[in-house]
Design a protein around this ligand. Sequence first.
Ligand code: HEM
Length: 530
Amino acid sequence: MIMQLFRRGALRCYHVYNPYVRMTCPISDDVTARESDISRSHAATDARPFNEIPGPKSLPLIGTLWNYVPVFGKYNFERLHHNGKKKLQEYGPLVREEIVPGVFLVWVFTPSDIENVFRNEGRYPERRSHLALQKYRSDHPNIYNSGGLLPTNGPEWWRLRSEFQQVLSRPQSVKLYLPQIDQVIQEFIDHINTWTQSAGKYQDFSDELSRLYLELICLVTFDVQLGSLSDSERQKGSLSSQLLEASLTTNSSILATDNGPQLWRWVETRLYRKLKKSQKFMEQIAVDFISKKKESLTQSASTGSDTKSLLELYLSSEELDIKDVTGMAMDMLLAGIDTTTYTTSFALYHLAVNPEAQNKLYEESCRLLVKPSCAITTSVLAKAQYTKAVLKETFRMNPISVGIGRILAEDTIFSGYCVPKGTVVVTQNQVSCRQAEYFTDPDKFVPERWIKSHPLYKQVSPYLVLPFGHGPRSCIARRLAEQNMHSVILKLIRHYEIGWNGGVLDCRSYLINKPDKPLYLTFKERSKVC
Ligand code: HEM
């Protein structure tokens, strides 16, 4: 039975927040022993023991998995936010789940518990994900030094993280790209015109967004423009089509290889072969672009660090070598396309079904970009208050990361219960952010709630809306991702009035939260509307 559930992906639930959390609980037999230590060590406090935390009933051999059996079970693996809401309603703000016997997960929902998760994540916050990718990379030491940022834990993770973030988190390095980003977005805007003419009423816009974000990521990762939106690149066998396909294939292999029996460690399973093939393709492109860049750097005179691209800065770092840079480039391709595509999809959906918000954004875009052809600059973005509120409200309503998981580095008290060190504790981004306790009309899209001077503004805990995670292991590319999405949303609304032809958009929990329907958006050129 357990094996069947494994095969059907039923164990996903404790990995499902991949790629961003360590999901398999490291505690098994150990926990019971630790539980009694904890009970003793906290005897002097009022905290209650771990095994009294409420949660779904666990059965011998199958734990709580029976709740996820299709039709019969009350939870659905593809709708983790619905499960989370049900758990919160039924058991309260702290839920313990014995997903298989001896393997525990603790779900937290309140801001103070979420804060506690991050306060107890230790020096090297850990995740356990992308295991097959890690194996692939360690089997190819000629190309990679280690698993790269996404799967690696411990001191090696920190070695990479500290070097890459010095560059990627520097405002100057990210701002440097704005003129090129603006140019790509302008091409995209022009392309929408052609797209709307050829698209029927029901044409999925997601593919267009994926191509845009692939283009933007490659610009930053390799200093190249692929021309992903051009007619030739839209053909099936083109470089951009193959790159999109390969990154999607890798990402969709992650959950299934992280979960279930890890036969791929010994034999090349069908899924592992798919991952391997797609990685081989992506890395061939990465190695080619990076080597060419390195060569051109050795031939040209060195410029100041403020004008160097990210790739140039990485390649000139004494602490990194070309293999580290290749690993990082691959991680950027894997983590940078779907995340921004899905978030922008949700933002555009909310704007389309909330014309009042869209009008306000349009007004802001006209103020900041006096002519539609005006470029996005750092000063435009600095003043784009409503645009930022739109994105933040999108993150509150539809965070693409279901939750953030950490393995507790210390015994910790959550909502009055002791939770032992080593337990996997997971937040529930969307569920927490839609609680009426913290947000008025939580299911309504109200960007004004984030504008300090607005009457609807209300201060909330900074631990509630955490779409990029928090602390040293949070998203390394947040600045870049936000810059890209603010620019896209602002410029798009400056040019087009957007409408919606689909039903209510919710999400499915795959590797990250993906819109559960095609993106049936309509575009009317503003100049033709007025
Ligand atoms: C909507 C956009 C994005 C969202 C919401 C997002 C969210 C996240 C989250 C939640 C994490 C894990 C944080 C944690 O565990 O505390 C993460 C990690 C990461 N993200 Fe993003 N991300 C986005 C875009 C990007 C982009 C554009 C890139 C690359 C160009 C990127 C690269 C990474 C990498 C490499 C990590 C692993 C960092 C580490 O383990 O040290 N992300 N992201």
